[in-house]
Ligand binder design. Sequence first.
Ligand code: ADE
Length: 221
Amino acid sequence: MKFNVVSLFPEFFASPLDVSFVGKARRDGLVEVALLDPRDHATGVHRQVDDAPYGGGAGMVMMVEPLAKTLEPLAHTHRVYLTPAGRPLDQATLDRFSNMEEVTLLCGRYEGVDERVVEHFIDEEVSLGDYVLLGGEVAALAVIEGVTRLLPGAVGNPASTEHESFRHRRLEEPQYTRPAEFRGWAVPDVLLSGDHARIEAWREEQREQRTKDRRPDLIED
Ligand code: ADE
């Protein structure tokens, strides 16, 4: 699978794409990431990529020409614009992207991009959540990480992505590891019982209770 990341700050991605899981997946050839800087298509002595908004207002808007020249040759890919105005990212969206061959992620900065870019060169708008960041870069990294771990061959045990949170609209149960007691804080007895039916029943109850307490929307929707 290939990602094209369009960003004015390609250096933002260096270490997140090199370390840990995504770093290994790239070295193994499972996923490829190309970084594209729209400034390479900027014209004029100042190589300007943003300008003041028509109609006035605060901030700057990313200009249509450098983005058009960057995104037009990527028409064969699924082109996603990361913006707080998009549909909130969820597991179903990551699943869908993980079945695509090539996904392009456009990171906005400032007040966003000229709307003509969205109209003519973007297939889908995605938000990381209901809050405003400085740009789409962190959201693009979230997509890359969330998709990479779903790719066949990326996770040792495929069951570990099948049974996780959100696929079944439930939060996961709490986990413990050794020691069984630390500073008098004991691991729940049932987990040490060796009784697998009781353990699964306890886990199921924990998932239901946590979801009810923290994310009732997952149950009600
Ligand atoms: N750019 C700024 N805020 C964002 C958000 N919440 N999601 C995606 N891109 C963004």
